[in-house]
Design a protein around this ligand. Sequence first.
Ligand code: GLU
Length: 380
Amino acid sequence: MHRLKSILHLRNKIVIKIGTNLLADKVKGINLDRINEIARSVARLNAMGNNIAIVSSGAIGAGVAALRLKERPKTIPEKQATAAIGQPLLMEAYEDAFRKQDCTIAQVLLTKDDFANRARYLNAKNTFPVLFEQGVVPIINENDTVAVEEIKLGDNDNLSALVANLIEADLLIILSDIDGLFSDDPTKNNKAQLIPVVEKISSQIEKLAKSSKTELSTGGMITKIQAAKRCVSAGIAMIIANGKNPNILEEIFSGTFKGTLFLPAENKLNMRKKWIGFVSSAKGYVCIDEGAKLALLTKQKSLLPSGIVEVHGEFKANETISILDLNNKVIAKGVTGYSSTDLVKIKGKKTSEIEKILNRKSHDEVIHRDNLVLIGEPSC
Ligand code: GLU
């Protein structure tokens, strides 16, 4: 695992995601031994000058045990109530474990909107450096109690990748109850091999995730690969490793661990493009013709009104939208200079006609190149 050595420095910003399967049992409740092990390792890494943020699942799991439910609740209000009961129990366990290590923790609960809205995103972004300066370990979860389906991220793998982007981490470590990504489903094929390093998330790697059914938690391998895509294209490395091993964090830092390392892309996107491509959610979409598609994909051009064939959804100027080709394939995302109402009027028209049609012209292009991210580039 010498490849990790070139990624980790003396002081690193690291996000560690811990899955429900490692933390909560529906009968026994929160696994205090595991939380104590994690607190011990994290406090040690923190004392070495690293900044560590934990994304912890387990609120619903802890709530299920506290209410003595037979299974995880299915309806949204039940899940919300169960999370409201479990989240403080989870935090109490972290608080106790970290107090023993002389380490202060902070609770941060986030929703999808905190990432999708750029002002809220920047506000959240400003909080973390202050916590890190004080040596505090933020413990993050989705705010399940207020997050109904439409505003829900839904899984903590993707949440942890968004947090890694938010704090501009060097590394995201996803601790699960499996060793990493395998060449085949290890429960069915005993010849399945652990893949130690993924240099590029190819369609073949994505297929492996789809066939994997080794986990009982919310996301399984599919959401882990989604998280890896969000990380590597932003220049952040990601590891999937088995959190049942009490020494896993030490082994990762000494480069002797068993797991899968996803290498970060070399040509990473700048901060704004990262937000557009991997954080903000699209409020609508436009379909473009072949000529415009070619201009975007091969000539690094901006999107002009003349290439737009259809406009879907209601969105304002300065909101993120998706760009689809005529086969309905998403090829890019970008921040539009014009609202959906304006675009319906100027679609298919020449730039020189915008002013006459709208009685004003804010921009020549609908989406400027600087506000546009191609899907599939630079590395996913
Ligand atoms: N936020 C959920 C919880 O704390 C977990 C979601 C997940 O497991 O990905 O229970």
